[in-house]
Design a protein around this ligand. Structure first.
Ligand SMILES: O=C[C@H](O)[C@H](O)[C@H](O)COP(=O)(O)O
Length: 233
């Protein structure tokens, strides 16, 4: 992708545009006691940067990773523990893939479990993504599975029985002290069923299909502007 004179690629510009669009979406709803759920990754990071100037208009944030928590604190935004907060009106995060039902693959950065937990607690999941993430069917991007380390080989064998080819993401330890298996070339025609099926394997902590709790709103960065897509009810 060509870089602009500033060094930013077109994809970077689209990510920045959707980060700003998410801010525009939530800014009118911020109250002194509002807690915002914050995702992980390059797009979520741009959202944190955009959010920083408004830090005095809301209470704080719950972060889905240690990396995002640090970035929030560096901006002077209070990071709250999930167990200590009540309502989270908005969760803002990126995705590795998203389909027309606003189901997603997430976890390219290994943050899937905490992301799914914070997303589950939120009233509205706003997904921010550039158009490269928009797919007709999930599964072109490797599907991450977070596993308890001692169960890794067992889970891998169970996934092979499902028709997958799991690859151990060597050297990666999640914020929860676990490991990641990635499923390459694994088409997912029925995301909800597959999300449940993989979660049923003993030793799996979480998988990167976000279908049961998909996004409510997608802000999709396209070359001709940000498209706003709401989940069909
Ligand atoms: O674990 C990482 C997260 O699921 C990210 O939200 C996802 O990988 C998208 O990241 P990015 O915005 O960098 O493409």
């Amino acid at each position: 992708m060509p870089a602009s004179p500033s060094g930013a690629t077109r994809q970077d510009e689209l990510k920045r545009a959707v980060a700003q669009a998410a801010l525009d979406e939530i800014a009118p709803h911020l109250e002194r006691d509002t807690v915002i759920g914050i995702g992980t990754g390059s797009t979520a990071s741009l959202f944190i940067d955009a959010l920083a100037p408004l830090r005095d208009r809301f209470l704080g944030a719950v972060a889905s990773s240690e990396v995002s928590a640090k970035q929030l604190r560096d901006h002077g935004i209070e990071v709250l523990e999930l167990n200590s907060v009540g309502r989270i009106p908005f969760y803002v995060d990126g995705a590795d893939e998203i389909d027309h039902e606003l189901a997603m693959i997430k976890g390219g950065g290994a943050a899937l479990t905490r992301e799914k937990i914070v997303a589950a607690c939120a009233d509205h999941f706003i997904c921010i993504a550039d158009e490269s993430k928009w797919v007709p069917q999930l599964g072109q991007y490797p599907l991450p599975i977070e596993v308890i380390p001692m169960a890794r080989s067992y889970v891998a064998r169970e996934l092979v029985a499902l028709g997958a080819s799991p690859i151990y993401r060597e050297g990666v330890v999640t914020d929860n002290g676990n490991q990641i298996l990635d499923l390459y070339d694994f088409p997912i025609p029925q995301p909800k069923a597959m999300e449940s099926r993989i979660n049923g394997i003993v030793g799996v902590v979480c998988n990167g299909i976000f279908a049961h709790r998909g996004a409510d709103l997608l802000l999709l960065g396209r070359t001709n502007g940000v498209e706003r897509l709401e989940r069909r009810r």
